[in-house]
Write a protein that binds this ligand. Structure first.
Ligand code: CP
Ligand code: NVA
Length: 334
């Protein structure tokens, strides 16, 4: 890579613990300002992408990621150009290499949702503008900035530099997928313990386990990763119970097999009680949600923070665009 190569955000693994913390803190700051005042983001940030186009190239469906990233570009004064899979030739009739050169010659950043992670990595490799991963089969960094904002914002004070989450425990009950991988990487970096329960045959792949261990090595006091096939074991002493769909986009053909394999993994109040979650546990889910992975009672109940979590995608997207597009990958407190 040339010294002028842009910095990309493909995974939380690309960030130091301090940088990740700063992205979350900046998201919190922007949320606070915009929600307490009607004037939007302060200048010059509000017009920092004025006259600039950001391409949003999505090869899969999206509600939250599309809305939050389009909204974030607008909040920064720029023009979001949404390019769905039927609009452009992303990897279909034109190579990713060619697409990357063309997009980066006319737009200021590329926000890309892809199937295989190698697609977004390829775009990044050849792009002369920052590429932000809007979900690949391995990672979902924008989601995880929003998730840690959701966890931290309740107690976040401006007098500390950390997010204050050290020693907390998150229990993930379900599929070992893209959202989990970036969450486990972030948790390791922040000193948050993570217990993961997946059915047999659906565990974290060895290569990803190694990446999570490498992430832990970047932290002074890393969070620990515990893995099991028994949901109750993961739930024990957890502050947060979290899950995601059992059938990610692109896995639709495996639906029947997966629904059978994940039987018994639904998050319910009974599971939390049986497993011995902390008294005041909360529930998180990146959405879209299906009833099989979490009961209505939990999903719509008072412990659930899922809709605040969804809204936080906007503030996370603003923070990421500020850092990677406006400030060219220099991540500092705003
Ligand atoms: N959580 C999330 O990324 O949702 P969408 O797929 O709707 O963007
Ligand atoms: N694991 C899900 C996340 C969607 C936001 C998927 O990849 O479809």
């Amino acid at each position: 890579t040339s010294p002028f190569a842009p910095r990309h955000l493909l995974s939380i693994a690309d960030l130091t613990p301090e940088e990740f913390t700063t992205l979350v803190r900046n998201a919190h700051t922007h949320k606070g300002i915009v929600k307490s005042d009607t004037g939007g983001l302060p200048l010059p940030l509000r017009s920092s992408l004025s006259g600039k186009t950001v391409s949003l190239t999505f090869s899969k469906r999206s509600t939250r990621t599309r809305i939050s990233t389009e909204g974030a570009v607008v909040a920064l004064g720029g023009h979001p150009m949404f390019l769905g899979k039927d609009d452009i030739q992303l990897g279909v009739n034109e190579s990713l290499y060619d697409t990357s050169l063309v997009l980066s010659s006319m737009t200021s950043a590329i926000v890309a949702r892809v199937g295989p992670h190698s697609d977004v990595a390829d775009l990044a490799k050849h792009s002369s503008v920052p590429v932000i991963n809007a979900l690949s089969d391995l990672y979902h960094p924008l989601q995880i900035i929003a998730d840690f904002l959701t966890i931290a914002e309740v107690n976040l004070s401006s007098s500390t530099t950390s997010l204050g989450l050290e020693g907390m425990k998150i229990a993930w009950i379900g599929d070992a997928n893209n959202v989990l991988f970036d969450m486990a990487i972030a948790a390791a970096k922040l000193g948050v313990d993570m217990a993961v329960a997946t059915p047999k045959g659906y565990e974290i792949p060895e290569q990803m386990r190694q990446i999570i261990q490498d992430a832990a090595a970047t932290a002074q006091t890393p969070g620990k990763l515990f893995e099991t096939n028994i949901p109750e074991e993961a739930v024990k002493n957890a502050d947060i119970l979290v899950t995601d769909t059992w059938v990610s986009m692109g896995q639709e053909e495996e639906t029947a097999k997966r629904l059978a394999a994940f039987k018994g993994f639904q998050i319910t109040s009974e599971l939390a009680k049986r497993g011995g979650a902390k008294e005041n546990w909360t529930f998180m889910h990146c959405l879209p949600r299906h009833p099989e992975e979490v009961s209505d009672e939990v999903f719509y109940g008072p412990r659930s923070v899922v809709f605040r979590e969804a809204e936080n995608r906007l503030w996370a997207a603003i923070s990421a665009l500020e850092a990677f597009v406006v400030n060219k990958g220099k991540i500092s407190l705003s």
